[in-house]
Design a protein around this ligand. Structure first.
Ligand SMILES: [Fe+2]
Ligand SMILES: [Fe+2]
Length: 211
């Protein structure tokens, strides 16, 4: 999809996240970090799709990657899982923007299928690609540096707190590789996991003055 076509979608998402972060999100809401997550997810969708099935609808994936977490800051308030809230909002937004119903529906279903929850057997290749791209980003170096370190430290937490947070989430992080659906993403997760575990191990040692 051309940059020009993606522009209004980017603007809509940025505006929504910034407004929500100001009105009700906690102090740990950093819209800029979320926007960077969406761009990395687009890149990962391209990588996974290219080796899994080059006939996938890449336009729908790019749109879904930009919109998949658009209601994430509302979630604690509305108690609507953000995959459901974002799918609904994306559908309405795309129809308003003049996209046809087929595309709006496709994007809605891709967004609904994302997240760390069991997937349905009938998942389409597009649903699998976004699901995996999103989870892969959670265990990638950019996400770890931003979400685990930068945001937490800038919000007043110490490195010890970050390490404890990592320990509490270690199993979930490792389990991510077990719920990936595509062969490509499974292979890509191996390096990412290895790096992640090594990185936090080194961080702990450095923090204790051992290295
Ligand atoms: Fe999400
Ligand atoms: Fe996400």
């Amino acid at each position: 999809m051309s940059e020009k076509q993606l522009l209004p979608i980017r603007a809509f998402v940025k505006d929504k996240l910034e407004k929500d972060a100001k009105s009700w999100a906690s102090q740990t809401a950093f819209p800029q970090a979320k926007l960077m997550h969406f761009e990395r997810v687009i890149n990962l969708c391209h990588r996974i799709a290219k080796s899994e099935d080059p006939t996938v609808n890449i336009e729908a994936l790019e749109i879904a990657a930009l919109l998949h977490d658009v209601t994430v800051y509302e979630e604690p308030l509305t108690e609507v899982r953000h995959s459901i809230g974002s799918a609904k909002l994306a559908f309405e937004f795309l129809l308003k923007e003049g996209f046809d119903e087929e595309m709006a529906n496709l994007v809605k279903n891709i967004i609904l299928a994302h997240g760390y929850h069991p997937y349905k057997e009938s998942a389409t290749i597009e649903e699998k690609v976004l699901h995996d791209a999103d989870l892969l980003d959670h265990i990638g170096p950019a996400s770890l540096a931003i979400n685990y370190l930068a945001i937490k430290v800038l919000s007043g937490q110490k490195i010890e707190d970050v390490l404890q947070h990592f320990e509490r989430n270690r199993k979930t992080i490792i389990d991510i590789s077990k719920v990936l659906l595509t062969k490509t993403a499974k292979e890509m997760s191996e390096d990412r996991l290895k790096f992640t575990i090594e990185f936090f191990g080194l961080l702990e040692k450095e923090n204790k003055g051992i290295i």
